[in-house]
Design a protein around this ligand. Sequence first.
Ligand code: NAD
Length: 369
Amino acid sequence: MSTPSLLILAGDGIGPEVMVEVRKIIDWFGAKRDLKINVTEDLVGGAAYDKHGVPLTDETMAHAQEVDAVLLGAVGGPAYDDLDFSVKPERGLLRLRKEMDLFANLRPAQCFDALADFSSLKTEIVSGLDIMIVRELTSGVYFGEPRGIMDDNEGGRVGVNTQRYTTDEIRRVARSAFELAKKRNNRVCSMEKANVMESGILWREEVQWVHDNEYPEVELTHMYADNGGMQLVRAPKQFDVIVTDNLFGDMLSDVAAMLTGSLGMLPSASLGVPMANGRPKAMYEPVHGSAPDITGQAKANPCACILSFAMALRYSYDEGAEADRLESAVEKVLADGVRTADLMQAGDTTPASTSEMGDAVIAALDASL
Ligand code: NAD
């Protein structure tokens, strides 16, 4: 295969700050593991608006379609709050997701032992936790028609959104979940509300169909999404891969995020259909936003973005062993007590800066050789 390519869109706020640390790590893999990646950089969000008057140019969009993976920092900030909806920084991100057709959003919830105290749950409930939530990202109630706020013809108004899923939309995201499960612990739990929603009945039937016809070797269970939320905080380690729709996934992945402690630690991936070279269309990004309250203060934790790059190694570049190496390096740094400000606890003294955290990960990578 040709040299893998990566388009970096650092974006706004702390996006560029954490991306500096990821660049160090990409360079490390090039120098020490002979893992060459062809990296290009461009603008997205407010940074693109400032230069071009749009949050994502057509040229950048076209380039994103060609590369093996996109790594995005964060978009948005108070300077752009009053912009017209059509040019808000978030529109750049949504355009990427939509035009790349990134229908499967992967949100791992992994609890590093050194951070188990940070969870709002008891240590024994979260310690060693490693689950993956697969959220359908391009359909469902956030996109379904009809939608809008209308007159109800009785002097009032009515707000309408439509939950709508097709067979194909359900089957393709189910396949993503089953494929992931095969590389993990071979279990998928599908969540919907088949008890009260027809779209939920269809979801359940189609996920079951994909299982029975294509992945009978993977264990499949079904759960109502409200019970799923309860089980996630009661006994999260019962799950391996959870697959669910756009709306329930939005909420359940945020619940799962809090199991692990800090927003500064959470990576994500959004995957689409395989391209001609067999790699899926892919965009990787930390879950956090642009954090305007700490921008420019060297306080940002770069780990979420570093771990997003680890996901790119695993899912776009087929470098699972190197992804393991990078995740272990982050785990070692945390176990050694290196902490950015967001990970400090009572009694901790000076926090590590963004670049000190990045350097500590590099040192741990060196130690792994
Ligand atoms: P946020 O994630 O930017 O920040 C929430 C809190 O977490 C803040 O206190 C912040 O300092 C802290 N935080 C976030 N990431 C951190 C990190 N890596 N290290 C240390 N602390 C971290 O969410 P918000 O404040 O609601 O939104 C700020 C801006 O970001 C808004 O313009 C919003 O629209 C945008 N946003 C963008 C994305 C994205 O680009 N995917 C996601 C969420 C929010």
